[in-house]
Design a protein around this ligand. Structure first.
Ligand code: CMP
Length: 145
């Protein structure tokens, strides 16, 4: 089934964005929107609000707001699970052992500096795509993809 998902390249992996876009197309996904931006602490906290009670929340928010990120809308068959498979295990140490060719296996460092994010469900994808690519009723060159 054709789906859309939100991919976010985290600050540690932004220099690898070329390799990562190649991995996306190799997985039969296409990039339908893309934006480089730097999140404020508050924007990152909003993005990760489902994790606000977790022990790692502050580290996570601090890290993703520490430099630029690249947000992309990906489209393709089973895009949510396909992109998470490209990412590999959340913990980069595990990824390096069990999925060395995955994005986190190649470019991640640990559980926080783990190179990328992918929506975990269609509902999360809808919310996270709206976060980075808000729908508007206006006209003009923005948001026309
Ligand atoms: P991400 O896929 O962006 O969404 C949730 C994030 O929480 C996850 O990537 C990790 O970066 C982070 N995370 C999950 N578990 C831990 C952990 N035990 N320690 C630090 N960060 C974590």
């Amino acid at each position: 089934k054709k789906e859309r998902t939100l991919a976010m390249i985290k600050p540690d992996a932004v220099p690898k964005v070329g390799n990562i876009i190649q991995m996306i197309y190799d997985a039969n996904l296409i990039v339908t929107k893309a934006k480089m931006t730097k999140l404020t602490w508050k924007q990152a906290a909003d993005f990760y609000m489902e994790h606000q009670s977790k022990s790692f929340f502050n580290n996570l928010v601090q890290f993703v707001s520490s430099g630029p990120v690249v947000a992309m809308e990906l489209m393709g068959n089973e895009a949510v699970t396909t992109w998470r498979k490209v990412l590999g295990p959340t913990d980069s140490g595990v990824a390096q052992k069990d999925a060395a060719n995955s994005l986190r296996g190649q470019f991640g460092t640990d559980g926080t500096k783990n190179a990328g994010h992918g929506s975990d469900s269609l509902a999360s994808a809808a919310r996270e795509l709206e976060f980075f690519f808000p729908s508007t009723t206006g006209h003009g060159p923005s948001n026309t993809a």
